[in-house]
Design a binder for this molecule. Structure first.
Ligand SMILES: Nc1nc2c(ncn2[C@@H]2O[C@H](COP(=O)(O)OP(=O)(O)OP(=O)(O)O)[C@@H](O)[C@H]2O)c(=O)[nH]1
Ligand SMILES: [Mg+2]
Length: 450
């Protein structure tokens, strides 16, 4: 379905004004189309930045600019095709004019992610690396960026290829045994077969062990801040975010809707959700806010319960604490700058006003989320990959059962079918068996120009 026969064009830099803006042209006609746009007469030298003018367009008043044109001949380019990049001043009018002129010369406007899709279709990168490009661009924390960059550099590709090669070898030898039973011997000894499958199960297991952590690094976690009205939830939320994002007043019931903000806690992408104070209410707006608070709490990875350390605890506080027992909970006592009305040595004391205890709170949140250690980057982060490795491992376990112990396998055909299924899952991760629907799904989330 996807064609790489035509030449595509798009603005590769973000929308809006900037110091420079880049128009990227890729495809067989890229050099010709680029030359029709610029005043520089001779053919562009490969990989050499050439300062030139955008040729005056036929219509009067069309924008012109001075640009740096760079030609990357196939196959050593981002897409693996002939690519020309034109760096102009970052003016949307200029950039759009260049794109329009390229289209007039025969290029087509690129779809979202189409440059990266072409890099994949042309074999420059595999699917996990293409996905890593998107993750790298979307990264919010340095750890996310590093995990994505490692994947782009091929760490996951190498692991997947290694497992795939071992599977291929095993399948080939088993097939030989099945195809030539009259030879009277096994190309794979039964004990060796079971051992080889065990090793593969162990290897996929190591990948999956990393997966929970990896998914959290890539997708982040959600922490809901809950508690009674006026205890200082919004103030604590603001202290963690570092700006006065949520409205704070001394009127109980200030926060009505959910307020969310993404923060970087120790490399983790955490979505903090400030919620309406939980209390019985007849106010319809507040009641809706309370309902939303409960929903947010249910889908969060951690519930941060805020108590007011300067006011005696009451029924409402105790009810809230009773409701969250099944969740992952971190309870704190706020307003430590005031005279304490009660104390509990087990609770972290913070002051959203003086910021006392806020650094400790950040650490406590990461510790409560229980995904240490975060220091090195996880090998596998994407749910699509995790699900497929899991599927492969399930098939390997079935193969292991069919392979039996040291005796002759139950049936080599059964083992073979399971191993082939495991291999298919790995090929899908790398994209060797990706259908158009999957590719559309993955690349539609990219921006145009990437
Ligand atoms: N002294 C002191 N006052 C605080 C502290 N944190 C919050 N407050 C005050 O407590 C009042 C309520 O703060 P909010 O952050 O709006 O409380 P909330 O829990 O979000 O309240 P609702 O949105 O109504 O549920 C405000 O007057 C804050 O200034 C603190 O650490 N110390
Ligand atoms: Mg509030």
């Amino acid at each position: 379905m996807f064609s790489t026969a035509d030449t595509i064009v798009a603005i590769a830099t973000p929308p809006g004004r900037g110091g420079i803006g880049v128009v990227r042209v890729s495809g067989p006609e890229a050099p010709r189309i680029a030359r029709s746009l610029i005043a520089h007469e001779p053919a562009l030298e490969p990989r050499r930045a050439t300062l030139t003018l955008i040729r005056l367009m036929a219509e009067a008043g069309a924008a012109v600019d001075q640009v740096v044109a760079t030609y990357f001949p196939a196959p050593a380019s981002y897409t693996g095709e002939d690519v020309v990049e034109l760096s102009a001043h970052g003016s949307p009018v200029v950039l759009r004019t260049i794109v329009a002129a390229a289209i007039a010369s025969g290029a087509r406007l690129a779809e979202p992610g189409e440059f990266t899709l072409r890099a994949f279709l042309n074999g420059r990168i595999d699917l996990t690396q293409a996905e890593a490009v998107g993750d790298l661009i979307d990264a919010v924390t340095p750890l996310q960026a590093r995990a994505a960059f490692d994947q782009l550099q091929g760490t996951l590709t190498r692991t997947i290829n290694e497992i795939d090669a071992a599977l291929f070898d095993l399948i080939a030898r088993l097939e030989a045994s099945v195809d030539f039973p009259e030879e009277g011997y096994h190309f794979v000894e039964p004990a060796a077969l079971a051992g080889a499958v065990d090793a593969l199960i162990e290897r996929t297991g190591r990948l999956l062990l990393d997966a929970r952590r990896g998914r959290f690094v890539r997708e982040g976690l959600q922490v809901a801040v809950v508690g009674k009205p006026n205890v200082g939830k919004s103030s604590v939320f603001n202290a963690l975010v570092g700006t006065s994002r949520a409205i704070v007043t001394d009127i109980p019931g200030t926060t009505r809707d959910l307020v969310t903000e993404v923060v970087d806690l120790d490399g983790l992408r955490v979505t903090l959700v400030d919620t309406a104070g939980l209390r019985p209410t007849t106010d319809r707006i507040e009641a809706e806010g309370v309902e939303r608070a409960r929903q947010a709490q249910r889908v969060s990875d951690l519930t941060l319960v805020v108590l007011d350390g300067a006011t005696p605890l009451d029924e409402t506080d105790l009810e809230i604490l009773a409701q969250v027992v099944d969740d992952t909970v971190l309870t704190i006592s706020n307003k430590s700058d005031l005279e304490p009305a009660w104390t509990d040595p087990a609770l972290l004391r913070v002051s959203a006003r003086t910021l006392e205890g806020i650094p400790e709170l950040r650490q406590a949140i990461v510790a409560a989320l229980d995904i240490e250690p975060l220091r090195d980057t996880p090998e596998i982060t994407n749910v699509r990959h995790i699900a497929l490795v899991q599927r492969a491992q399930d098939a390997l376990r079935r193969a292991r059962v069919a392979a039996g112990g040291d005796e002759v396998p139950l049936s080599e055909e059964f083992v073979l079918a399971d191993l082939q299924e495991a291999r298919a899952a790995f090929e899908e991760i790398a994209g060797r068996r990706a259908d158009d629907e999957l590719l559309s799904h993955i690349f539609s989330k990219f921006c145009i120009g990437k």
